[in-house]
Design a protein. Structure first.
Length: 361
């Protein structure tokens, strides 16, 4: 707790792994997780004790033993780690399964040749219906095999429905993964909006239609084809696409700024233009948070304001500079005010700029 380096005590602490006192054993495992990588040779002497602890009736002891095993960065024990992860992924306790998911990236970074075996474990963990496991399983998926979108297909709806109940940092991982997944699987609603006489087909198709209309000797079959082409179907959002937007909307009220920003990013890429406005107030709420958070939020707003200028115009006063704002935040606010300025708001912004010019700061 005082930040002292106590690796010299490793030989004495490691002797206590066989203690029958569960509370003491938990403390020993916490110590070993911290120093196992530095004292690998001594840690290897206790491998048998860790393997035995994986069968302990106490779920916390089983999870801690797996955590220590995965912290020993020695290629010799890769087979033991692989077997332990496989067994733990089928454990009755969701806490142990969650720990197994955390151990997967550690083993993968130690030996990438185990990728195929680890993917099998990840596939099993992605099917888990427990909220405690979902976020960790997605994290493991993103670090080991992010290209295997086929593993997400069958679990997509389940992940959407579980998202609200997953822990906050798990929510961030799930939202970011589903954003990437949805962008590759669904149509962009803003590219395929039916805008009356907007070109819904390619130029080559429209040219073919004109040639067919000029040809008076078209057969009945060609006429039917021409009628089918002329029927322009309006864009209809996929039900799974809508499910993702609906399940992430409540998370805009999250107390975790990272979750809110992840949802804002998802709406920016996947929501229709008419629905993007609902992320504005949650983003403005984060401007009352710490300066580090303000910087991230203002940077994202600056990007949004370039594409959707009108969304922020009613809230220009939120970007006025305060005397206590640091330089980088002032610069971001000035950039945003410049981006959102229109004929109706330019006079208000210019008056504000005049006060900045006359300010001694």
């Amino acid at each position: 707790a005082k930040g002292r380096h106590v690796s010299d005590l490793f030989p004495h602490v490691v002797k206590n792994v066989l203690t029958k006192n569960n509370e003491l054993k938990k403390l020993v495992y916490v110590y070993l997780v911290r120093y196992a990588e530095e004292e690998q040779d001594l840690a290897l002497l206790s491998i048998s004790a860790f393997q035995k602890a994986l069968k302990d009736p106490n779920q916390l002891i089983r999870a801690s033993a797996l955590r220590v095993l995965s912290s020993i960065r020695v290629s010799v024990i890769v087979p033991i780690m692989m077997l332990s992860i496989k067994e733990s992924s089928s454990d009755m306790s969701p806490f142990v399964r969650k720990t197994a998911a955390h151990a997967i990236p550690k083993l993968y970074s130690l030996d990438e040749s185990q990728k195929e075996s680890l993917i099998e474990v990840i596939e099993k963990l992605l099917k888990d219906k427990t909220t405690l496991v979902a976020g960790s399983a997605v994290m493991a998926f993103e670090l080991v095999c992010p290209e295997r979108t086929d593993l997400i297909h069958k679990n997509y709806r389940k992940l959407c429905n579980l998202m609200v109940d997953v822990d906050e940092w798990g929510q961030v991982a799930v939202i970011n993964m589903l954003t990437r997944y949805a962008r590759s699987q669904f149509l962009d609603p803003n590219t395929h909006v039916d805008a009356g006489d907007a070109a819904f087909y390619t130029e080559s198709e429209s040219e073919e239609e004109e040639e067919e209309s000029d040809d008076e000797e078209d057969s009945d079959e060609d006429t039917e084809k021409k009628k089918k082409k002329k029927k322009k179907k309006p864009y209809s959002m996929d039900q799974d696409h809508r499910l993702l937007l609906r399940c992430t909307k409540p998370l805009l009220q999250s107390r975790n700024s990272a979750v809110v920003m992840a949802v804002c990013q998802l709406y920016f890429h996947l929501a229709p233009v008419g629905e993007i406005s609902m992320v504005i107030k949650p983003m403005l709420r984060l401007l009352h948070s710490h300066r580090e958070v303000q910087t991230v939020v203002l940077t994202n707003i600056a990007t949004l304001s370039l594409k959707y200028r009108g969304l922020f115009e009613p809230y220009i006063k939120s970007f006025f500079i305060h005397s206590h704002d640091p330089t980088h935040i002032r610069n971001l606010k000035l950039e945003i005010l410049t981006n959102v300025s229109t004929e109706s708001s330019v006079s208000t912004i210019l008056r504000e700029f005049q006060t900045y010019v006359s300010s001694p700061e």
